[in-house]
Design a binder for this molecule. Structure first.
Ligand code: PSU
Ligand code: MN
Length: 347
């Protein structure tokens, strides 16, 4: 029996077989700079809730092999709340939205290697362009890099741990994370525990205000004055007047931002669960020492944040790890709940 194909089917077939290394992926983009896992592609088509997850935390944050469990756990948390996880990274020079198990393992193994790239917005043309030219690089995407790729794929909700920000002394060094300008130009909701106080939190919030980024904080049943959180602790000393009481309220905010045709994203801060919140003085002294050592050793640019994160871990002798894990898990749970509410609102 002969099968006749329309030219569209033929094109689809050639594109799929030429550009996809694995049948688990669907390619997108004219010359295959990106590919989406079947699971995520299906979810996108059917309007299922999806949560984007970054990968710089695996390549430039948590060490191998501990990062494997974290990566698998976060995906599982998203699934258990009825949403589809889309872990995003660059594998073999191709932007990859949603990971197969073997690719996730390759990403985790690449942690800490000098050739593994930390991919923010500015790095995407290079790493993907070289991929197209046959140089297969690997990289973990930061918040800004993940936002660009997630938005391009049509994902609206993104859960992570900590956001980049204005570094201390940033008024002189001009070291301001690309995460902030990205929030100013890419319509996606980022759920994080605020940013660590090795950054200049007041200036970070000023910068976001200039960029027109709404900054809201989940109230978690609290009323009255609520602080914008500072990662390991629930309070930063800076009040946040825009409070979200439920995931449904967050979904309404996301939809409204979209209806306003806003180009900018949203920062939804989710304070660390009370029982994991760390003693302020303990964590502050570790952070101050880490910042000082970075300055003394002349660590700056894209190496600064990973250096400080590693130092904090060392100085707290692993005491910060349970807190770190708890807050990420709580953010991903919240992100999944928000994605579910958003999906219910739209479909
Ligand atoms: N801050 C944290 N944890 C992190 C990061 C920042 O507390 O993992 C990572 C995120 O991937 C973030 C990136 O997008 O570092 C910001 O790096 P930079 O400051 O170089 O923009
Ligand atoms: Mn920087």
């Amino acid at each position: 029996q002969r099968v006749s194909c329309t030219s569209r089917q033929v094109r689809k077939f050639t594109v799929t077989s030429n550009l996809c290394a694995s049948r688990e992926y669907v390619s997108s983009g004219q010359r295959g700079i990106a590919r989406t896992s079947k699971e995520v592609a299906l979810a996108l088509h059917s309007g299922k809730p999806i949560v984007a997850l970054e990968s710089a935390i695996y390549t430039h944050g948590f060490p191998y092999p501990e990062n494997i469990q974290l990566g698998l756990d976060l995906q599982e948390i998203v699934r258990s709340h009825g949403a589809v996880p889309a872990t995003i990274a660059v594998i073999d020079g191709i932007a990859t939205i949603g990971m197969t198990q073997p690719d996730l393992m390759r990403l985790m193994e690449s942690a800490g290697r000098p050739e593994t790239m930390k991919v923010s917005r500015k790095d995407l043309p290079y790493i993907l362009g070289m991929g197209l030219a046959g140089r297969k690089l690997i990289g973990g995407t930061t918040v800004s890099g993940t936002m660009v790729l997630a938005r391009r794929a049509g994902i609206k909700v993104f859960g992570t741990g900590g956001l980049g920000g204005v570094h201390r002394g940033g008024q002189d060094s001009m070291d301001i994370s690309a995460d902030l300008t990205e929030l100013g130009r890419t319509d996606i909701a980022v759920i994080s525990s605020g940013c660590k106080s090795f950054l200049d939190i007041p200036r970070t919030l000023e910068y976001l205000e200039t960029q027109g980024v709404p900054v809201c904080t989940f109230a978690d049943g609290r009323t009255g004055d609520i602080d914008f959180p500072s990662f390991f602790t629930r309070n930063s000393g800076i009040k946040c007047s825009q409070i979200l009481r439920t995931p449904a309220e967050a979904a309404a905010l996301i939809w409204t931002n979209h209806m306003l045709r806003s180009k900018n994203g949203l920062l939804l801060a989710n304070p660390i669960p009370e029982e994991f919140s760390m003693p302020q003085e303990f964590i502050d002294s570790a952070i101050n020492q880490a910042v000082q050592e970075a300055a003394e050793q002349g660590i700056h640019g894209h190496a600064n944040t990973p250096f400080i994160l590693t130092k904090i871990k060392e100085l707290t002798k692993g005491n910060s790890l349970p807190a770190n894990r708890a807050l990420i898990e709580s953010n991903i749970t919240m992100a999944a709940q928000v994605a579910v509410e958003l999906s219910a609102l739209l479909f």
